[in-house]
Every structure is written in C-alpha cells, then in structure tokens.
Design a protein around this ligand. Sequence first.
Ligand SMILES: [Fe+2]
Length: 187
Amino acid sequence: MSQNDINSKYVEYLNEALSAENAAIDRITSRIGETPLPQIKQRYQQHLEETRMQQDRLSQIITQLGEEPTDSKANLPELKPPSTMMLKKTIKDTIKSVTDDKKDNPLPEEMEFLKIKQDVIIEGSEIVSYEALIEVTKRIPNLNGDQIIPLLKQSLDEEMNMKKWCTDNMPMVVDSLLPKILSAVSR
Ligand SMILES: [Fe+2]
C-alpha cells in the first residue's frame, strides 16, 4: 500500500466527519429558528459558530493532504419513537383533523423535548467520531500528527462542552416544557 493510498483512506475518515459537520450546520440553524427556549437559542448560536470552525479545521487538514473537502451531508442519528407508536399517532391525527380534537396532536413542547434529546445524541455521535479520528490519526504513518491532533482535540473539546451543557440544562428544559405537556394530557 502506497502512502498515497493510505492518505486517501485517512481522508475518507476526515470527510466522513466533515459530512456530519455539514449536516450539523443545517440542523443547528433550524433548531435556532424553532426552539421556544431562549437559553437553547443562545447556546446553539455559539455552537453554530463552533461548528463552522470545526468544518474549517477538517477542510484545512484535508486540503493540506492534497485532497478535496466534501460538501456532502451525512444523515444525523435520529431518535424515533417505535413505528407502532408513530402509526397510532398518525391515525389519531387523521381522526382529530376530522373531529377537531386537539388532544392527540404532538404539542410543540413535545416536539421540542424530542428534538433536544436528539440534539444530545447528535453531539454524542460527534464525540465518538472525533475520538475515533484522533486514534486513527495517531496510527497513520508519516502524517503531521503534531499539527493535526491538536485541531481534532479542539473540536472534540467543543463537542464535549456542548453535550455537557445540554445535559446540565436538562432540568431547565424539563421545567420549561413538561408543565404544558402534562396540562395537555389532562384536558
Ligand atoms: Fe457539535
């Protein structure tokens, strides 16, 4: 295997991480637009900037290896209720649209709660991705690891801080959303 082949394989892993960051930009942008919680909006705005820098770091490493940074977008991990539950909801939604009974509608608060949980899962997947990438980087021969690893570690730290912020703020999120969710079921 030539050094070129090895570098190309390595760049595949970098581009895999970059495609996740590309998708994350869209995801965070839409979350900033839709969340009713100002604390979330503010922290996600910061993470949007961080995500742009993470894209730049990966692109920089890829370009220095003489390859092309991808503009493709990965499918981010999703948290989906079981399909039977979704089906029930769809049937209920259909009936409700006829009967105008709003009780079974997914409330905006319910959707927000689901999406915040998804956000944390996405950050977790980014952490796994950077941790794996750092270990791969250490093992690829003839790379400028002294320059690459600190860049990847910086992105890893940002992802870890973001995930920690989400976890630390889960009580605030539940305090903000649960009362509306509960009052809707008891109507
Ligand atoms: Fe992130």
